[in-house]
Ligand binder design. Structure first.
Ligand code: GSH
Length: 207
């Protein structure tokens, strides 16, 4: 099983956290700079994004589709609630995906030489992040179950990435507390965006 990703990719970390909790061995392949406009660098994903999963001849794009596929294959009882149909959890996950996508817009604008600040398009993206975070803070009960869930993993990936890039200030004490509590786990810390790729599972591109 191969996961094409980058060490800092928050969308890829959603999958890494599932695989790591299932103790499933996999090769983690760093595709390099995601601003590159060449599908071959992304295992031929025409969207030119990570994560991409390759497993037993199956290639799968899109983090939540990958999570769903892996759950059906490795964890049919779905202990992390990946395939939940609960509207409030699905809404929380949509809000988090939107925050993360907006952050990607802002980061890639800056990385490719465009200052996002004066543009209404990017100002809306930043506002989308702030409104989303406020919505999540106001729906904190969705994250307070005793057992960690895929929604918790998603929150951790989103939060640590925002914190690292300092995209916005983070005055959301309840979200911060949940992430801090969950991050006491070594499994969760192992995929922090600043943690090195585990050499046991890391291979160079093109291997
Ligand atoms: N909807 C996609 C989003 C993936 C995504 O945006 N990944 C980022 C890295 S965290 C990326 O590759 N961005 C490159 C780009 O958007 O051009 C998913 O959930 O897999």
């Amino acid at each position: 099983m191969k996961l094409f990703a980058t060490p800092k990719s928050h969308f890829s970390r959603k999958i890494r956290l599932l695989l790591d909790h299932w103790e499933q061995p996999y090769q983690l392949i760093d595709v390099g700079n995601v601003a590159t406009a060449d599908p071959t660098q992304f295992h031929h994903n025409p969207a030119m994004q990570v994560p991409v999963l390759e497993d037993d001849g199956v290639v799968l794009l899109e983090s939540d589709h990958i999570a769903s596929y892996l759950t059906r294959k490795l964890d049919p009882a779905d202990r992390f609630g990946v395939n939940t149909q609960q509207p409030d959890i699905l809404n929380a996950r949509a809000v988090m995906n939107n925050i993360m996508a907006n952050e990607v817009k802002l980061i890639l604008a800056a990385r490719t030489g465009l200052d996002p600040k004066p543009h209404a398009y990017f100002q809306k993206a930043e506002q989308g992040i702030r409104h989303g975070l406020r919505w999540l803070e106001d729906h904190i009960s969705l994250f307070q179950a005793t057992q960690p869930s895929y929604a918790d993993f998603h929150l951790i990936c989103m939060w640590d990435h925002l914190d690292l890039y300092e995209t916005v200030t983070l005055p959301y004490p309840q979200l911060r507390d949940i992430v801090a509590k969950r991050s006491q786990s070594a499994v969760i810390r192992a995929s922090h965006p600043l943690a090195p790729f585990d050499p046991k599972i890391t291979v160079a591109p093109n291997d």
